[in-house]
Design a protein around this ligand. Structure first.
Ligand code: ADP
Length: 431
């Protein structure tokens, strides 16, 4: 399942990255081409400005040889713009009757024919129109201006576009090569990303799988005990209810345990699904602590526990009262469950700066160092049979930790085997 998902994420990521790369390369290419085209058009127009006020009669009054030798006023004399002269232009000058008077570089017959043909179309002779022409296998940009002095001349500026094309082709080849290598690298990177992205999903999947397996396991034990006790009661066909009371009481006790377990499981499932409503009321923690202790007094008595409390007055925090009450019950209940008969519990609630400090100390069986780091994990029980016998399921402390965390607090445990444990909860007052 994860292999398929990994493949899908890789393909998805790779497609997005490749499309972005193609769009980026295409944009750079189109932008560069546009910038070059614009720069050339601008230079052609600028150069034409040199000819605007020229004395056209010099072309009529001098021999072709003379003009070739002293082609003024031609662009060479206007070396004011260095960039302008890095781009090579050729030009052809025609007389009023469209006969060639001068050309800067001898053009082929075919080119001359093509360029000359442009003169016959009026719309090619104005400043806006830089015409693209293909002659032979080369592309040119041609601008034709008509300059009227005593007699008119046509000046045609010609730019051989092939130089730019060669540059653009090089750019394209570079993009294709770099693009190809990048695409291969991107696919590898996407694969790594997909693997990384799946790690938390895999973990959560595993956690969920273990949760279902552990939950089923925990439910199976009380179910089996329930079945055995009910079978025992039913096998006694002639016996009265009183006579079978022992089996029925056992069965009832298992039903109670199971119902408690199912409630805890339901709560954890709702925690995972983020479906639990968390209130944010002002809680009188002093009052709440006294109330919880009062309810648990029967339990302390039943286990012969010597219970000591030290609860400061008027301690208030903001949070969810029912959940804080549940937290105190879990910790005090554990302090009873894992205590010795006639052991001690010390419970204190006091203020420390901007925190409320709850301490639950017992003189019970304690927890070994190796187990300490696991006791907040779901379903973790140091001694399974003892915990089950006491009605435990290994879920209490994981719920307690969650309650502390939603109140932005911290829970900490110190313990020594056979000596006892101290659970400390710090909750910010947050008022
Ligand atoms: P349970 O329902 O089994 O009590 P918890 O999550 O509350 O589950 O506790 C997990 C385990 O941590 C218990 O099974 C027990 O082994 C150990 N534990 C919890 N509290 C104490 C304590 N006060 N003293 C000794 N061991 C404890």
């Amino acid at each position: 399942m994860f292999k398929k998902l990994e493949k899908e994420i890789t393909v998805h990521n790779a497609v997005i990255l490749i499309v972005s790369l193609i769009i980026f390369c295409m944009s750079v290419y189109i932008f560069t081409k546009g910038t070059i085209d614009k720069a050339i058009d601008k230079l052609i127009r600028k150069r034409i400005e040199f000819y605007r006020d020229m004395d056209t009669s010099r072309y009529y009054n001098n021999s072709e040889e003379h003009i070739r030798r002293y082609p003024k006023p031609l662009p060479q004399e206007a070396k004011t713009d260095s960039f302008d002269f890095k781009i090579r232009f050729d030009f052809i000058i025609y007389d009023d009757d469209k006969e060639i008077m001068y050309e800067s570089r001898l053009q082929s017959e075919e080119n001359i024919e093509t360029f000359k043909n442009l003169l016959w179309d009026e719309k090619n002779i104005n400043e806006e129109n830089i015409v693209k022409v293909v002659s032979g296998d080369r592309e040119y940009r041609v601008f034709t201006a008509y300059i009227k002095d005593e007699k008119g001349i046509y000046i045609q500026l010609i730019h051989d576009y092939e130089v730019n094309k060669a540059f653009l082709n090089k750019l394209l080849i570079m993009f294709l090569t770099v693009g190809g290598v990048s695409i291969a690298a991107l696919i590898l990177i996407s694969k790594q990303f997909a693997k990384r992205a799946l790690i938390p999903i895999k973990e959560s999947w595993e956690q969920q799988k273990n949760f279902v397996a552990d939950a089923s396991h925990e439910i199976r034990t009380p179910l089996a005990v329930l079945q055995i006790n009910l079978e025992a009661a039913m096998s006694d066909n002639k016996g009265t209810i009183e006579e079978n009371e022992i089996w029925l009481e056992n069965a009832m006790s298992e039903v109670r345990k199971m119902s408690e377990l199912v409630n805890e499981l339901l709560m954890l499932a709702r925690i995972d699904a983020n479906e639990i409503e968390i209130k944010n009321d002002i809680i009188d923690l002093s009052l709440l602590s006294h109330e919880v202790v009062e309810k648990l007094e029967v339990l302390f008595e039943a286990s012969n526990i010597i219970f000591n409390k030290e609860i400061e007055d008027q301690l208030c925090i903001k949070g969810d009262e029912a959940k804080i009450s549940q937290l105190i019950v879990i910790l005090l209940d554990n302090a009873v469950k894992y205590n010795r008969l006639g052991g001690n519990i010390f419970f204190s609630v006091k203020r420390e700066d901007k925190l409320i400090l709850l301490t639950i100390k017992d003189t019970g069986i304690g927890i070994e160092e190796k187990d300490l780091k696991h006791i907040f994990d779901r379903f973790y029980m140091v001694d399974k049979s003892r915990s089950r016998e006491k009605g435990g399921s290994g879920l209490g402390l994981s719920i307690a930790k969650w309650i502390v965390e939603i109140h932005k607090g911290k829970i900490h445990v110190e313990s020594k085997k056979d000596e006892g444990s101290i659970f400390t909860v710090k909750i910010p007052i947050n008022m």
